[in-house]
Design a binder for this molecule. Structure first.
Ligand code: GLN
Length: 386
């Protein structure tokens, strides 16, 4: 069926996300899927039981628009414990349909026609389209080649009176780099005296390696007072399909955020919010996550040592970048597709995260997988180009 009239797309440049494309290709070819980022394991018996219990106890109707209050209270306590930050559960915390909704609602609430939003390339793919949908202009600053750090001088150069917001993401998807305290202090200094807002995507807050500390914007009061912070329960509790996350912001920003949230999703599913209240209140449910994933990262890196791929540094997230420039000069998109079709291993090409499709011959592999899967993936990688 086709709509019989012509119309202008509001998002003419947007195509199906690379995550969906590569996962579908993996399925079509029966390939190991290390492309789209999702864990191979689930959140475990305790969480499942808690959800069941909530359903059996009749918590199956609308939660309050901003989320189940005890969950918001538990989040507020967690923010205080981890980052010495005070967020009022009543006015400053909203439960969202995953991190993506939090990002989209914050941008929609704040960005107007002509506003500029600074973001860093490679950038997670949902930021720019939502900025543009709201009439804003994404202004990309390229991360430094090699270590994917931020050159703050470059940021300073693109800042102007139209800049409405800057989006940071640490630990960073797709590169696995992180921001340190000096980065955040530098940002605070740059924004001082301006009205520029911050969107801080911190969905991998617990997945940092080698003892690095997560530098949440919440730790920096001068920045926190102009920031939306985004978190994901799916990333922390291995259930990306449940679509739950949360957003934190000062009261007056959150008030605007909720105006968008209430007319797009209204409220999120109730029984799972009940279950997560119990989990978040117990710090042992997340405190080992970094160590858990570090083991996987190390296993994966170790197992491909004999291959022609070069593993780039990875300080956080569950993504490992591999440079394949010694193997072929095919574009990363072509190579990722061929690896899926011919070698039965799916990954994500990094060029899609650059506005100008810069191709550094790098692919992203998700290592949130069982050891056996990682070993099988490594076996494949060890044969490529030999
Ligand atoms: N965050 C996931 C990733 O980076 C993908 C989420 C999605 O498919 N939209 O792979």
């Amino acid at each position: 069926m086709k709509y019989p009239h012509t119309f202008r797309s509001k998002m003419p440049k947007v195509e199906t996300t690379i995550f969906t494309v590569m996962s579908a290709l993996a399925q079509e070819h029966g390939a190991l899927n290390l492309s789209q980022g999702f864990p191979e394991f689930d959140g475990g018996e305790r969480l499942r039981k808690a959800v069941n219990q909530a359903m059996k106890s009749g918590h199956n109707h609308y939660a309050p628009m901003a989320g189940h209050m005890p969950l918001r209270e538990a989040i507020s306590e967690k923010m205080e414990d981890l980052y010495s930050a005070k967020y009022d559960p009543e006015k400053e915390i909203t439960i969202t349909a995953g991190g993506t909704e939090a990002i989209s609602s914050a941008l929609t609430a704040m960005i107007r026609e002509g506003d500029e939003v600074i973001l860093f390339a490679p950038a997670y793919d949902c930021y720019a389209p939502i900025i543009e949908l709201n009439g804003g202009k994404p202004v990309f600053v390229e991360l430094n080649p090699g270590d994917y750090s931020i050159d703050w001088e470059k940021v300073k150069r693109v800042m102007n009176y139209r800049t409405r917001m800057i989006i940071i993401n640490t630990p960073h998807n797709p590169t696995g780099s992180i921001l340190n305290a000096q980065d955040i202090e530098r940002l605070a200094k740059l924004l001082k005296g301006t009205e520029i807002l911050v969107l801080s995507d911190e969905v991998y807050e617990h997945i940092l390696f080698e003892g690095y500390e997560h530098q949440s914007v919440a730790r920096f009061p001068d920045l926190a007072e102009r920031s939306f912070l985004v978190y994901s329960l799916g990333k922390t509790y291995h259930n990306t399909g449940w679509r739950l996350g949360y957003c934190l912001a000062p009261e007056n920003l959150m008030e605007e955020f909720r105006k968008v949230h209430q007319y797009s999703v209204f409220t999120c599913n109730t029984p799972m919010q009940h279950a997560f209240t119990e989990m978040i209140s117990d710090s042992s449910t997340y405190s080992e996550l970094g160590a858990f994933y570090q083991e996987k990262r190390d296993l994966f890196r170790e197992s491909i040592k004999g291959s022609k791929f070069k593993a780039l540094p990875c300080a956080g997230t569950y993504f490992q970048l591999l440079d394949y420039s010694k193997i072929t000069d095919e574009s990363d998109l072509e190579f990722a597709k061929r690896l899926t079709r011919e070698f039965k291993l799916a990954s994500i090409p990094i060029s899609v995260f650059y506005p100008n499709s810069i191709d550094n011959k790098v692919l992203r592999f998700c290592f949130a997988k069982e050891s056996d899967t990682l070993r099988r993936a490594a076996e494949i990688l060890n044969t490529v180009g030999k």
